[in-house]
Design a protein around this ligand. Sequence first.
Ligand code: IFM
Length: 489
Amino acid sequence: MNHPTTTTAAHAGGNDDRFRRSDAIAGDELTLPDGFIWGSATSSFQIEGSPDADGKSESIWDRFCSVPGNVLDGTDGDVACDHYTRWSDDVALMASMGLHAYRFSIAWTRVLPGGTGAVNHAGLDFYDRLVDGLLSAGITPMPTLYHWDLPQVLDDQGGWLSRDTAHAFADYAEAVVERLGDRIGTWTTLNEPFVSANHGYVTGEHAPGHTSLSEGFAASHHLLLAHGLAGERIRSAAPDADLAIVLNFTPATPASDDPADIAECAIQNDLQNRWYADPVGGLGYPEETAAALGWDRSEVLDGDMALISMPIDLLGVNFYSRQIVRAPLPDDNRAEEPKEFATTAMGWEIHPPSLGELLRELDSRYGFSKLMITENGCAMPDDTRVESAHGSQVDDLDRLDYVQRHIAQVHSAIEDGVPVVGYLVWSLFDNFEWAWGYTGRFGIVEVDFDTQRRTPKRSADWFSKVAASNVLADPGPEPESGSGASADA
Ligand code: IFM
């Protein structure tokens, strides 16, 4: 996933009856449990802008964006959604939408511009104001301590290839918790360490842009160690708070019965779906895949695995798509994976049932006491507009349908006893979509990047109604297989 080359024109858009029907709360109703948390998610680099404000230092993403060719449209995070200055209006917007919770991330570069050492209180002040603003608006703040924007100064010293970075992260976490801990109920250490390690150190499509499998293993272990070390500090500084980590899952299914496809699929499942969850859940790294890929585990020191598997209170689940896996052929230059169903504007297959299956599997494999959907959503073409109470509005019935079908899967998993406590849509805003720049629009709120005007899309209005009622219409049967693009299969 996340390959800029895989954009496809095939998508689930359009104004057909399937989308119209799902736009209302009518027909069979799916009621979520009382107290279910409805909210939205963003991250610091993707929305804040103000890269030099109040003592902030350069992050690896500031540096990465400055290299031509790294970002599809040549853009960067210098302005993004200008949330650093507009945060108060943004909180008011979320309050007007009736959101219960807001997941955001804290920029390490604002808090410890040197990566380690002196705390920059001016940088922390921003998050202090944001947290207070959210609380006064009745919105639960859910901060994530690391969403990929490592201080460049730490990358200069080895970044996630260095064990010292994990220790530096624990110091940073402690500084944040000491300042904000009296108002935060859930602390999340890392967002999607798989992407940090894989895209940052193996494929090179994300900062810092390295391409080495062995570096990927080293980075993955140091990220998990950072989670464990910070977890200890959080537990001691904020003993009553929940401790969480957010992992992304892309369930893999083999393209055929061919043993080679099945074997490759097992490796991809281990790498993408178990590499982080298994150690956090106390099962250790997937041994067979580690051995098959030649990882010597030299980074793993005595005591590390116990730290990494310290109990957490909540697992954040980020889900967008599944993956159909086939074994690479000799001289294989096929860029795309096969798809059976329609895809989003990112070329990611839309397959809501995989979310239900994933939630059941996570529950039976690990038994974490709480799960939360901390990201789910889609980039869509957003090329249809209607007049609305907000003026001209993106008529994103395709996004609405995507979100509705995924929430229906959450509902079904809850009916089966899986303890899912909330759903946070990705994303509140159209924002900087990493290597895709501003070409991938995931927001339920449109951002006009020329004027910074925010306009809720139709999906946002619908989501507000669902949050207020705790009920959504049953979206009905899933589309037939074969309804989407079949990429070079
Ligand atoms: O935008 C990203 C987010 O930062 C992490 N999870 C996936 C999203 C969509 O690619």
